[in-house]
Design a protein. Structure first.
Length: 343
Protein backbone atom coordinates (compact mmCIF):
# COMPACT_ATOMS: atom_id res chain seq x y z
CA UNK A 1 0.00 0.00 0.00
CA UNK A 2 1.19 0.94 0.42
CA UNK A 3 5.99 -7.87 4.48
CA UNK A 4 23.36 -14.03 12.32
CA UNK A 5 24.59 -16.15 14.78
CA UNK A 6 27.19 -14.48 17.01
CA UNK A 7 30.74 -15.53 16.36
CA UNK A 8 32.80 -16.73 19.25
CA UNK A 9 36.33 -15.40 19.19
CA UNK A 10 38.96 -18.16 19.38
CA UNK A 11 40.75 -18.55 22.70
CA UNK A 12 44.20 -16.98 22.63
CA UNK A 13 47.11 -19.41 22.60
CA UNK A 14 48.39 -20.20 26.06
CA UNK A 15 51.92 -19.08 26.97
CA UNK A 16 54.12 -22.04 27.95
CA UNK A 17 54.69 -20.58 31.41
CA UNK A 18 51.01 -19.93 32.25
CA UNK A 19 50.63 -23.07 34.46
CA UNK A 20 52.83 -21.28 37.01
CA UNK A 21 49.83 -19.07 37.82
CA UNK A 22 47.84 -22.10 38.93
CA UNK A 23 50.73 -23.27 41.08
CA UNK A 24 50.95 -19.84 42.75
CA UNK A 25 47.20 -19.82 43.39
CA UNK A 26 47.34 -23.31 44.90
CA UNK A 27 50.11 -22.16 47.21
CA UNK A 28 47.98 -19.39 48.69
CA UNK A 29 46.65 -19.79 52.19
CA UNK A 30 43.02 -21.02 52.33
CA UNK A 31 41.75 -17.66 53.57
CA UNK A 32 43.45 -15.74 50.79
CA UNK A 33 42.20 -18.28 48.22
CA UNK A 34 38.59 -17.79 49.40
CA UNK A 35 38.98 -14.03 49.21
CA UNK A 36 40.34 -14.32 45.68
CA UNK A 37 37.43 -16.54 44.60
CA UNK A 38 34.90 -14.07 46.02
CA UNK A 39 36.62 -11.17 44.28
CA UNK A 40 36.59 -12.99 40.96
CA UNK A 41 32.89 -13.90 41.34
CA UNK A 42 32.01 -10.30 42.18
CA UNK A 43 33.95 -9.06 39.16
CA UNK A 44 32.09 -11.51 36.91
CA UNK A 45 28.70 -10.35 38.21
CA UNK A 46 29.68 -6.73 37.71
CA UNK A 47 30.80 -7.41 34.14
CA UNK A 48 27.53 -9.16 33.28
CA UNK A 49 25.42 -6.33 34.68
CA UNK A 50 21.98 -6.67 36.21
CA UNK A 51 19.74 -9.26 34.54
CA UNK A 52 16.47 -8.26 32.86
CA UNK A 53 13.60 -9.32 35.11
CA UNK A 54 10.93 -6.86 33.91
CA UNK A 55 8.21 -8.55 31.82
CA UNK A 56 6.66 -6.80 28.82
CA UNK A 57 3.10 -5.45 29.13
CA UNK A 58 0.16 -7.72 28.36
CA UNK A 59 -1.04 -7.64 24.73
CA UNK A 60 -3.94 -5.23 24.20
CA UNK A 61 -7.14 -5.18 22.14
CA UNK A 62 -7.49 -8.96 21.79
CA UNK A 63 -10.39 -10.08 19.58
CA UNK A 64 -11.66 -13.51 18.54
CA UNK A 65 -13.91 -14.16 15.56
CA UNK A 66 -15.26 -17.51 14.37
CA UNK A 67 -14.10 -18.04 10.80
CA UNK A 68 -15.88 -21.34 10.22
CA UNK A 69 -17.52 -24.18 12.12
CA UNK A 70 -14.08 -25.44 13.17
CA UNK A 71 -11.85 -22.34 13.33
CA UNK A 72 -11.49 -19.04 15.18
CA UNK A 73 -9.39 -16.06 14.09
CA UNK A 74 -7.57 -14.35 16.99
CA UNK A 75 -5.96 -10.88 16.69
CA UNK A 76 -4.30 -8.36 19.01
CA UNK A 77 -2.45 -5.06 18.89
CA UNK A 78 1.16 -4.82 17.70
CA UNK A 79 3.65 -4.21 20.55
CA UNK A 80 5.63 -0.99 20.87
CA UNK A 81 9.32 -1.41 19.89
CA UNK A 82 10.35 -0.34 23.39
CA UNK A 83 8.53 -3.34 24.87
CA UNK A 84 11.22 -5.68 23.49
CA UNK A 85 8.72 -8.44 22.64
CA UNK A 86 10.20 -11.43 20.78
CA UNK A 87 7.27 -13.88 20.85
CA UNK A 88 3.56 -14.26 21.61
CA UNK A 89 1.95 -17.23 23.35
CA UNK A 90 -1.70 -17.92 22.52
CA UNK A 91 -3.77 -19.86 25.05
CA UNK A 92 -7.12 -21.58 24.67
CA UNK A 93 -8.41 -21.56 28.22
CA UNK A 94 -5.17 -22.48 30.05
CA UNK A 95 -3.69 -24.57 27.23
CA UNK A 96 -0.93 -23.19 24.97
CA UNK A 97 -2.07 -23.59 21.36
CA UNK A 98 0.25 -21.27 19.40
CA UNK A 99 3.68 -19.66 19.74
CA UNK A 100 4.34 -16.86 17.25
CA UNK A 101 7.19 -14.42 16.52
CA UNK A 102 6.76 -10.79 17.54
CA UNK A 103 5.82 -9.62 14.03
CA UNK A 104 2.75 -11.89 13.94
CA UNK A 105 -0.29 -10.45 15.71
CA UNK A 106 -2.99 -12.79 14.41
CA UNK A 107 -3.54 -16.50 14.04
CA UNK A 108 -6.20 -19.06 13.15
CA UNK A 109 -7.01 -21.70 15.76
CA UNK A 110 -8.29 -24.72 13.84
CA UNK A 111 -9.62 -28.18 14.62
CA UNK A 112 -12.37 -26.82 16.88
CA UNK A 113 -15.85 -28.22 17.49
CA UNK A 114 -18.92 -26.68 15.81
CA UNK A 115 -21.42 -24.79 17.99
CA UNK A 116 -18.94 -24.44 20.84
CA UNK A 117 -17.83 -21.41 22.85
CA UNK A 118 -14.09 -20.81 23.18
CA UNK A 119 -12.06 -18.26 25.16
CA UNK A 120 -8.53 -17.15 24.26
CA UNK A 121 -5.77 -15.11 25.92
CA UNK A 122 -2.33 -14.02 24.73
CA UNK A 123 0.92 -13.39 26.63
CA UNK A 124 4.05 -11.62 25.36
CA UNK A 125 7.62 -12.79 25.96
CA UNK A 126 10.89 -10.85 25.68
CA UNK A 127 14.46 -11.89 24.83
CA UNK A 128 15.29 -12.53 28.49
CA UNK A 129 12.42 -15.03 28.79
CA UNK A 130 10.17 -12.74 30.85
CA UNK A 131 6.50 -13.41 30.15
CA UNK A 132 3.79 -10.79 30.47
CA UNK A 133 0.51 -11.20 32.32
CA UNK A 134 -2.33 -12.61 30.24
CA UNK A 135 -4.32 -10.27 28.05
CA UNK A 136 -8.00 -9.80 28.65
CA UNK A 137 -9.84 -12.86 27.37
CA UNK A 138 -11.65 -12.84 24.02
CA UNK A 139 -14.46 -15.30 23.30
CA UNK A 140 -16.06 -16.68 20.16
CA UNK A 141 -18.65 -19.36 19.39
CA UNK A 142 -18.23 -21.53 16.31
CA UNK A 143 -21.31 -21.86 14.09
CA UNK A 144 -23.01 -25.11 13.14
CA UNK A 145 -21.37 -27.18 10.42
CA UNK A 146 -23.13 -27.39 7.08
CA UNK A 147 -22.89 -30.76 5.38
CA UNK A 148 -21.59 -30.81 1.81
CA UNK A 149 -21.47 -27.04 1.50
CA UNK A 150 -19.38 -26.38 -1.59
CA UNK A 151 -20.86 -23.06 -2.69
CA UNK A 152 -18.76 -19.99 -1.93
CA UNK A 153 -20.32 -16.65 -0.98
CA UNK A 154 -20.59 -13.85 -3.51
CA UNK A 155 -17.82 -11.28 -3.54
CA UNK A 156 -18.48 -7.95 -1.83
CA UNK A 157 -19.64 -5.70 -4.69
CA UNK A 158 -17.99 -2.47 -3.53
CA UNK A 159 -15.00 -1.55 -1.34
CA UNK A 160 -13.95 1.90 -0.14
CA UNK A 161 -11.09 3.04 2.08
CA UNK A 162 -10.06 6.24 3.76
CA UNK A 163 -7.07 7.11 5.96
CA UNK A 164 -7.75 8.00 9.58
CA UNK A 165 -4.18 9.14 10.26
CA UNK A 166 -0.57 8.19 9.47
CA UNK A 167 -0.98 4.63 10.82
CA UNK A 168 -4.67 3.71 10.46
CA UNK A 169 -7.46 3.51 7.89
CA UNK A 170 -11.16 2.67 7.69
CA UNK A 171 -12.32 0.10 5.14
CA UNK A 172 -15.98 -0.26 4.11
CA UNK A 173 -17.61 -2.85 1.84
CA UNK A 174 -21.03 -4.07 0.78
CA UNK A 175 -22.43 -7.24 2.33
CA UNK A 176 -22.04 -10.56 0.49
CA UNK A 177 -24.61 -13.35 0.24
CA UNK A 178 -24.31 -17.11 0.74
CA UNK A 179 -26.71 -20.06 0.64
CA UNK A 180 -25.84 -21.02 4.23
CA UNK A 181 -24.81 -17.60 5.52
CA UNK A 182 -21.59 -15.55 5.64
CA UNK A 183 -19.57 -16.18 8.83
CA UNK A 184 -16.65 -13.76 8.29
CA UNK A 185 -15.09 -11.13 6.05
CA UNK A 186 -11.32 -11.36 5.41
CA UNK A 187 -9.31 -8.27 4.50
CA UNK A 188 -6.31 -8.86 2.21
CA UNK A 189 -3.32 -6.72 1.31
CA UNK A 190 -2.08 -8.36 -1.85
CA UNK A 191 -2.18 -12.10 -1.15
CA UNK A 192 -1.77 -11.72 2.63
CA UNK A 193 -4.79 -11.81 4.92
CA UNK A 194 -4.29 -9.07 7.49
CA UNK A 195 -7.64 -8.81 9.25
CA UNK A 196 -10.92 -10.67 9.83
CA UNK A 197 -14.26 -9.05 10.65
CA UNK A 198 -17.52 -10.58 11.84
CA UNK A 199 -20.41 -11.77 9.65
CA UNK A 200 -22.52 -8.66 10.31
CA UNK A 201 -19.68 -6.23 9.64
CA UNK A 202 -19.41 -4.00 6.59
CA UNK A 203 -16.66 -1.75 7.95
CA UNK A 204 -13.50 -2.09 10.04
CA UNK A 205 -10.50 -0.05 11.17
CA UNK A 206 -7.02 -1.22 10.18
CA UNK A 207 -4.17 -0.28 12.53
CA UNK A 208 -0.39 -0.52 12.37
CA UNK A 209 0.02 0.96 8.88
CA UNK A 210 3.06 2.94 7.74
CA UNK A 211 2.91 6.74 7.29
CA UNK A 212 3.12 8.18 3.77
CA UNK A 213 2.31 4.85 2.14
CA UNK A 214 -0.21 3.62 -0.40
CA UNK A 215 -2.06 0.40 0.41
CA UNK A 216 -4.33 -1.72 -1.77
CA UNK A 217 -6.96 -3.72 0.11
CA UNK A 218 -9.52 -6.30 -1.01
CA UNK A 219 -12.24 -8.11 0.94
CA UNK A 220 -13.42 -11.71 0.65
CA UNK A 221 -16.46 -13.29 2.30
CA UNK A 222 -16.28 -16.71 3.97
CA UNK A 223 -18.96 -19.19 5.05
CA UNK A 224 -19.14 -21.85 7.78
CA UNK A 225 -17.52 -24.49 5.55
CA UNK A 226 -14.50 -22.22 4.91
CA UNK A 227 -15.56 -21.53 1.32
CA UNK A 228 -14.08 -18.17 0.38
CA UNK A 229 -15.52 -15.79 -2.19
CA UNK A 230 -13.52 -14.12 -4.95
CA UNK A 231 -11.97 -10.82 -3.96
CA UNK A 232 -14.15 -7.76 -4.15
CA UNK A 233 -12.91 -4.67 -5.99
CA UNK A 234 -9.64 -3.23 -4.71
CA UNK A 235 -9.54 -0.04 -2.64
CA UNK A 236 -6.44 2.16 -2.45
CA UNK A 237 -5.66 4.03 0.76
CA UNK A 238 -2.87 6.61 1.02
CA UNK A 239 -1.80 7.32 4.59
CA UNK A 240 -0.49 10.83 5.31
CA UNK A 241 3.05 11.52 6.48
CA UNK A 242 3.81 11.49 10.18
CA UNK A 243 5.12 14.48 12.13
CA UNK A 244 8.32 15.84 10.60
CA UNK A 245 8.12 13.58 7.53
CA UNK A 246 8.18 14.79 3.97
CA UNK A 247 4.92 14.21 2.14
CA UNK A 248 3.79 12.91 -1.22
CA UNK A 249 6.73 10.69 -2.18
CA UNK A 250 4.65 7.82 -3.64
CA UNK A 251 3.78 7.63 -7.36
CA UNK A 252 0.00 8.15 -7.70
CA UNK A 253 -2.69 6.45 -9.80
CA UNK A 254 -0.46 3.49 -10.64
CA UNK A 255 -1.86 1.05 -13.21
CA UNK A 256 -0.57 -2.16 -14.82
CA UNK A 257 -2.00 -3.70 -18.00
CA UNK A 258 -0.90 -6.99 -19.57
CA UNK A 259 -0.77 -7.59 -23.29
CA UNK A 260 0.78 -10.47 -25.28
CA UNK A 261 4.45 -10.60 -24.28
CA UNK A 262 4.39 -7.22 -22.55
CA UNK A 263 3.34 -5.24 -19.49
CA UNK A 264 2.49 -1.54 -19.62
CA UNK A 265 2.85 0.55 -16.45
CA UNK A 266 1.49 4.07 -16.03
CA UNK A 267 1.60 6.48 -13.09
CA UNK A 268 1.72 10.09 -11.98
CA UNK A 269 5.15 11.15 -10.67
CA UNK A 270 5.33 12.36 -7.07
CA UNK A 271 5.67 16.13 -6.48
CA UNK A 272 9.34 16.15 -5.40
CA UNK A 273 10.15 19.62 -6.72
CA UNK A 274 11.82 18.42 -9.90
CA UNK A 275 11.29 15.83 -12.62
CA UNK A 276 11.89 12.26 -11.46
CA UNK A 277 14.01 10.14 -13.82
CA UNK A 278 14.39 6.86 -11.85
CA UNK A 279 11.85 4.38 -10.50
CA UNK A 280 12.42 1.00 -8.87
CA UNK A 281 10.07 -1.78 -9.96
CA UNK A 282 9.08 -4.54 -7.54
CA UNK A 283 7.58 -7.81 -8.81
CA UNK A 284 6.04 -10.21 -6.31
CA UNK A 285 7.57 -8.28 -3.42
CA UNK A 286 11.14 -8.24 -4.78
CA UNK A 287 13.13 -5.46 -6.50
CA UNK A 288 13.42 -6.42 -10.18
CA UNK A 289 14.77 -3.48 -12.17
CA UNK A 290 15.28 0.27 -12.17
CA UNK A 291 13.31 2.17 -14.80
CA UNK A 292 15.37 5.11 -16.06
CA UNK A 293 14.24 7.93 -18.32
CA UNK A 294 17.04 9.53 -20.35
CA UNK A 295 17.74 13.22 -20.75
CA UNK A 296 14.89 14.90 -22.61
CA UNK A 297 12.55 11.93 -21.96
CA UNK A 298 11.76 12.49 -18.29
CA UNK A 299 7.98 12.76 -17.97
CA UNK A 300 6.57 15.91 -16.41
CA UNK A 301 3.00 14.62 -16.38
CA UNK A 302 1.68 11.09 -16.72
CA UNK A 303 4.52 8.54 -17.05
CA UNK A 304 4.43 5.29 -19.02
CA UNK A 305 6.82 2.36 -19.33
CA UNK A 306 6.45 -0.84 -21.35
CA UNK A 307 8.19 -4.06 -20.28
CA UNK A 308 8.82 -7.11 -22.44
CA UNK A 309 8.00 -10.29 -20.50
CA UNK A 310 9.03 -13.87 -21.25
CA UNK A 311 7.02 -15.66 -18.56
CA UNK A 312 4.27 -18.04 -19.75
CA UNK A 313 0.68 -16.85 -20.06
CA UNK A 314 -1.29 -17.22 -16.85
CA UNK A 315 1.65 -16.18 -14.66
CA UNK A 316 0.42 -13.96 -11.83
CA UNK A 317 2.44 -10.90 -10.87
CA UNK A 318 1.98 -8.25 -8.22
CA UNK A 319 3.77 -5.04 -9.18
CA UNK A 320 4.53 -1.70 -7.54
CA UNK A 321 7.08 1.10 -7.99
CA UNK A 322 8.82 3.81 -6.00
CA UNK A 323 10.68 6.94 -7.10
CA UNK A 324 14.25 8.07 -6.55
CA UNK A 325 14.00 11.32 -4.59
CA UNK A 326 16.21 14.38 -5.13
CA UNK A 327 18.33 13.46 -2.08
CA UNK A 328 19.14 10.05 -3.59
CA UNK A 329 16.86 7.97 -1.33
CA UNK A 330 13.83 5.97 -2.45
CA UNK A 331 10.34 7.34 -1.74
CA UNK A 332 7.19 5.52 -0.67
CA UNK A 333 5.70 2.73 -2.78
CA UNK A 334 2.81 3.17 -5.15
CA UNK A 335 -0.29 1.06 -4.85
CA UNK A 336 0.32 -2.62 -5.68
CA UNK A 337 -1.43 -4.12 -8.71
CA UNK A 338 -2.13 -7.80 -9.40
CA UNK A 339 -2.02 -8.81 -13.06
CA UNK A 340 -2.16 -12.03 -15.08
CA UNK A 341 0.23 -12.24 -18.02
CA UNK A 342 -1.36 -13.02 -21.38
CA UNK A 343 -0.20 -14.81 -24.53
Amino acid sequence: MHDPAPRTAPHPARHPRRPAFRESAAALAPGRLSALALALAAAALTACGPSDTTPPPAPADLTAQAGSATSVHVMWQSPAPADGVTAFLVFQQDRLVRELPADKTMTDITGLTPQTAYAFTVRARDAAGNTSPSSAAASATTPAAKAEDRQAPTAPARTQGQPLGPTSARLTWTAATDDTGVTAYDVYQGDARIHTAGPGSTTTVLEGLQPDSVYTFTVRARDGADNSSPSGPAADVATPAGPGQRTGTAPADFTAAASPGALTLTWTPPPTGRKTSEYELYVNGRPTTVIQFGAGAVPAGRAEHRLTVAEPPGTVWTVKIRARLPDGTWGAFSAERRIVLTS
